[in-house]
Design a protein around this ligand. Structure first.
Ligand code: GAL
Length: 427
């Protein structure tokens, strides 16, 4: 898909003026060269994590101009990026990840950063599964920050204790706990009704019900029978069954406001990637004591991965190029990797970082990652742009959201639409 057709596929529900009004562009006043960075890290934990990088750049004499576009796990930021690029005004740096890196690289927008990769010996530092995403035609064009696990459940310990419910390991146990929590007057499952949050939940349920092999065969190999089969049906029905355990104020609520419900003890659980941990930590909550992290029900052996990365747009100004290279270098700095990932909730992307000072959840994530890699249970995240391209993702989110939000939407028709959505990238 080329950039023009990508632009044409932009959701019309996001008018350009709304995007412009929603961005947060700020510039620190230093004397050095300016580098404009477009990203979507604006929640409490995210902002704390990226602040470290801004500070390090400033210390090195570079002036970070922040172009933050909040919302929809990056979908708004990517829309803005496309518009700016098409009007000939791309930022110097942008947050892009997964297969989309290839799409932008193939269009010739991105700078080759092989020199930084060589200088820091990336081939020895990064797992192969990670580095494959970062290259176009064998050349590095993106730098990775982290590895997020998507299939997590976050629980408020006090609510569980008060209600006398057991932390759920399986989907059946989830529904038993949810009933108890609901009867006690708490919200069992915190969910914001944004399509990507619903899709994130769908992904964890699909992993549990389909298992790793069928999940991959369906979403990565586009197996028609699996895309419309009985396990997909059960996944959708389980998703819809969970709705009765969510609250009436879910529509439109951001993921971080949704996490706050668990932090404040109004809700018992959220099924969300480990950027949610960043919110608990930013609210001074302690892993294991105030909140518990456990694999999303039925997915203990699996690890759905989501890698954040920055790319660098081709620029002529030598000062800008120097700032881009400096930024690329700092992201893989060991000290930054420790600081950033402790705040962000993810695990370091470098294989050589000592995990000793990381909390229990991060240690568990690292163990889970290594175990999943050894047993072939690592899967690229469906809902966070690692497994499918943007066209399929937009279509699939739409299909899942329609089904979840409207009980009259027919399941057979939805299954056909799931298949069509997953194939949309190939059109
Ligand atoms: C994900 C991203 C995470 C986190 C999350 C919510 O797609 O990879 O870093 O920011 O969105 O904004």
């Amino acid at each position: 898909m080329n950039i023009v057709s990508i632009l044409l596929s932009l959701s019309l529900s996001v008018p350009v003026f709304a995007i412009a009004a929603d961005t947060q562009s700020t510039s620190e006043n230093t004397n050095g060269s300016e580098i404009e960075v477009l990203h979507w890290w604006t929640s409490g934990g995210e902002a704390l994590a990226v602040k470290e990088l801004k500070d390090m750049m400033k210390e090195q004499g570079h002036n970070w101009k922040d172009f933050a576009v909040p919302g929809r796990a990056g979908a708004s930021a990517i829309n803005t990026l496309r518009i700016r690029t098409l009007s000939g005004n791309p930022p110097d740096v942008a947050q892009i990840k997964g297969p989309e890196i290839q799409e932008w690289g193939a269009q010739g927008f991105l700078t080759n950063i092989d020199d930084v990769a060589e200088q820091q010996s990336w081939s020895e530092l990064l797992p192969r599964r990670v580095s494959d995403y970062l290259k176009v035609d064998g050349h590095y064009v993106a730098v990775p920050f982290n590895i997020h696990r998507v299939n997590w459940l976050w629980a408020n310990r006090k609510v569980f204790e008060e209600v006398g419910a057991a932390l759920p390991q399986t989907l059946d146990e989830f529904f038993v706990a949810a009933e108890k929590i609901k009867a006690a007057g708490y919200i069992p499952l915190a969910l914001g009704n944004e399509a990507w949050q619903e899709a994130t939940l769908f992904e964890s349920i699909a992993l549990a019900i389909m298992g790793t092999d069928d999940f991959r065969r369906a979403f990565s190999e586009h197996n028609s029978e699996l895309l419309t089969g009985s396990k997909m049906r059960e996944t959708l029905l389980t998703l819809r069954r969970m709705k009765q355990y969510t609250d009436a104020n879910s529509p439109g609520r951001s993921w971080s406001d949704t996490t706050s419900l668990v932090i404040e003890g109004k809700a018992a659980m959220q099924i969300m990637g480990d950027w949610a941990k960043g919110e608990f930590l930013a609210a001074d909550k302690i892993a294991g004591k105030d909140f518990v992290c456990l694999p999303a029900p039925g997915t203990a052996n699996q690890f759905s991965f989501n890698i954040d990365s920055f790319v660098f747009f081709n620029k002529d100004n030598p000062q800008t190029i120097a700032s881009q290279k400096e930024l690329a270098t700092l992201i893989l700095d060991p000290e930054f990797q420790r600081e950033f990932n402790q705040n962000k909730g993810s695990i370091p992307v470098r294989v050589d970082i000592d995990m000793q000072n990381f909390d229990d959840c991060a240690q568990d994530a690292m163990q889970a990652f290594l175990r999943a890699a050894a047993t072939d249970n690592l899967v690229a995240s469906l809902s966070h742009n690692m497994a499918i391209g943007r066209a399929s993702q937009i279509a699939l989110f739409d299909v899942i959201s329609r089904f979840y939000n409207n009980d009259n939407v027919d399941i057979d028709e939805t299954l056909r639409h799931v298949r069509a959505a997953v194939l949309a990238d190939k059109l």
